[in-house]
Design a protein around this ligand. Structure first.
Ligand SMILES: [Cu+2]
Length: 357
């Protein structure tokens, strides 16, 4: 499958595979704020990784706050919500997220999937990684103590724009308290959500005349070119069309893949299939059923599985998916990657001549 992927596709695929990101509603809750003296070299500062706003079905793909300052000897503790990791590469390239398997499938690089932490102390060199959560619906914590002054980038390798910094100042230097750090994270979260909501409010379907008097409907998904957030919605969620019309879904997201999947009676797919090994942790293998399109004969009669595969920037299946509807009825669909967060829609198909023109 590696040949399927254009340059840069693997990070998009990784983001797509973050579909499993079942973010708890608590993801927007504040970090615990233990009282800490501001010049305590042994202090621990909490940083949030990822957040979800259920009201707007918006996932913020950022560390909150994006920069944090601690004294040498201090510790950063990440509280991670969703399908994210925390990785430091000390100025070296980050590892590839996906690796091809001999059978043509792909696996998540074990250097990304599993923890790499020779010791819980970071002195400015080497590769450290929290690993990915086995169950993204459960938040996890990861902590590192920083011993050397300097500014260090870290990243979630699943989400290409999710990069942040730790600045370490000499021991004894006063730094912002946890209360201030948490407040800054909340301000950044509020800004990201406000921009995403405003963008979402502007998304709407469009209709144009097609051959034979039918209509070609375009349904945008997510919000355009937003580096900080993904809105897991179709615009609109419920579209009514006539028999013979075609619907074209277009993913506008900057990095986040989505799917348009009419499962009909098929069982739910899993985006990752763990493959147990004789020793060590399982391989984490991508499921082609989720990645690749399943295009039925068209016009579609609504009776068989139809799916876009993962569509989005850098994805082999492209940015859009199109389906002509040949039978009346109501047809529900989901984004396989984000259905647990509420990404679903339906198309109601009525007889020709029913809708006002
Ligand atoms: Cu989605």
């Amino acid at each position: 499958m590696s040949t399927l992927f254009r340059r840069g596709a693997t990070t998009a695929l990784a983001a797509a595979l973050a579909l499993g990101s079942l973010l708890p509603q608590a993801a927007v809750a504040q970090a615990p704020t233990p009282p800490v003296p501001s010049a305590d070299n042994s202090l621990t500062i909490d940083v949030i990784g990822g957040a979800f706003d259920p009201a707007s079905i918006t996932e913020v793909l950022e560390f909150l706050p994006k920069t944090v300052t601690i004294p040498a000897g201090g510790t950063v503790r990440w509280l991670v919500h969703g399908f994210h990791n925390v990785a430091l590469a000390s100025g070296q390239p980050y590892p590839e997220v996906f690796l091809p398997l001999p059978e043509g499938e792909i696996q998540v690089n074990p250097l990304v999937a599993h923890p790499v932490q020779p010791e819980p102390v970071y002195s400015g060199s080497g590769y450290f990684n929290s690993g990915l959560p086995a169950d993204p619906s459960q938040p996890f914590e990861w902590a590192l103590t920083f011993t050397q002054p300097g500014t260090y980038e870290y990243a979630c390798l699943i989400h290409p724009n999710m990069k942040a910094q730790v600045t370490v100042v000499p021991a004894g230097t006063a730094v912002p308290s946890q209360e201030e750090v948490t407040a800054q994270g909340q301000r950044e979260l509020a800004e990201y959500l406000a921009v995403a909501r405003e963008q979402a409010s502007q998304q709407q379907p469009s209709a144009q005349l097609a051959a034979g008097g039918a209509t070609l409907w375009t349904v945008p998904m997510d919000i355009p070119n937003n580096a900080n957030a993904a809105v897991h919605k179709y615009f609109p969620q419920h579209l009514t069309i006539e028999v013979g019309d075609t619907v074209r879904w277009v993913n506008q997201a900057l990095t986040e893949p989505h799917t348009v999947t009419f499962r009909v009676d098929a069982p739910r797919e899993r985006e990752f299939v763990p493959q147990p090994q004789a020793s060590g942790p399982p391989l984490v293998v991508g499921n082609p059923r989720v990645i690749d399109p399943v295009v039925p004969p068209q016009p579609w009669d609504g009776q068989t599985y139809a799916g876009s595969g993962m569509i989005g920037p850098g994805m082999p299946a492209g940015l859009e998916f199109q389906l002509a509807f040949g039978a009346p009825g109501t047809f529900p669909y989901v984004c396989v990657l984000h259905e647990d967060l509420g990404m679903s829609g339906f198309v109601t198909v009525v007889p020709r001549g029913t809708l006002p023109r």
